[in-house]
Design a protein. Structure first.
Lengths: 114, 113
């Protein structure tokens, strides 16, 4: 099955700096890669996603890049703000199968220091 | 929040007792999922459903069963709870085979003593 590794597990940045979180996946058939943000005590919420026919996608201060050859994808947050502090999860989903099963990374605790 | 509710939101139970968690959606989405979240493990899929009475196992299904008798409800049952099943349980839904985005419920915090 699919295996997703996420690094780093914790990340601290100064407010205004950029943050980068990286994930690798094992199944070359995976074609959908979402990123979720989870604030303390809350549910995971989708912040951005990318499909395998696209190399990069941006949404304001957030961007995701995908390298299919190397089987890795990254989340980039620019001009970080204290409200960006949360746990971020990457995930991967393969194109075949009877259900849209996502395999999640283990998460990155991002702390933005004022 | 995609019209998903979970009940109960918090539960404390004793080892060996049965526990049922409920996920209810108002979106008429076909796919429903149960995950557990533990520190250092992210979200792991327990079971999922792709229609009424259509369910299948996920990565960590041992000790859990599910049922879906109506589109809107997906039940997760721990037949005999163990301390290793102490966790936060999230339900998620997605619209159809062509819609990959999963929307999560608010979660249920379960403590097995």
């Amino acid at each position: 099955g699919e295996n997703v590794e996420q690094h780093p597990s914790t990340l601290s940045v100064q407010e205004g700096d950029s943050a980068v979180i990286k994930c690798t996946y094992s199944d070359s058939a995976s074609n959908y890669f979402p990123w979720y943000k989870q604030e303390l005590g809350k549910r995971p919420q989708l912040i951005i996603d990318i499909r395998s026919n696209v190399g990069e996608k941006k949404d304001q201060r957030i961007a995701v890049t995908l390298n299919k050859t190397a089987k890795h994808f990254s989340l980039h947050i620019t001009e970080t703000q204290p409200e960006d502090s949360a746990v971020y999860f990457c995930a991967a989903r393969r194109s075949s199968g009877s259900a849209r099963q996502l395999t999640f990374g283990s998460g990155t605790q991002l702390t933005v220091l004022p | 929040d995609a019209g998903i509710t979970q009940s109960p939101r918090h539960k404390v139970t004793e080892t060996g007792t049965p526990v049922t968690l409920r996920c209810h959606q108002t979106e008429n989405h076909r796919y429903m999922y149960w995950y557990r979240q533990d520190p250092g493990h992210g979200l792991r899929l327990i079971h999922y459903s792709y229609g009424v009475k259509d369910t299948d196992k996920g990565e960590v299904s041992d000790g859990y069963s599910v049922s879906r008798s109506k589109t809107e409800d997906f039940l997760l049952t721990l037949e005999s709870a163990t301390s290793s099943q102490t966790s936060v349980y999230f339900c998620a839904i997605s619209r159809s085979g062509g819609e990959e985005t999963q929307y999560f419920g608010p979660g249920t915090r379960l403590l097995v003593l």
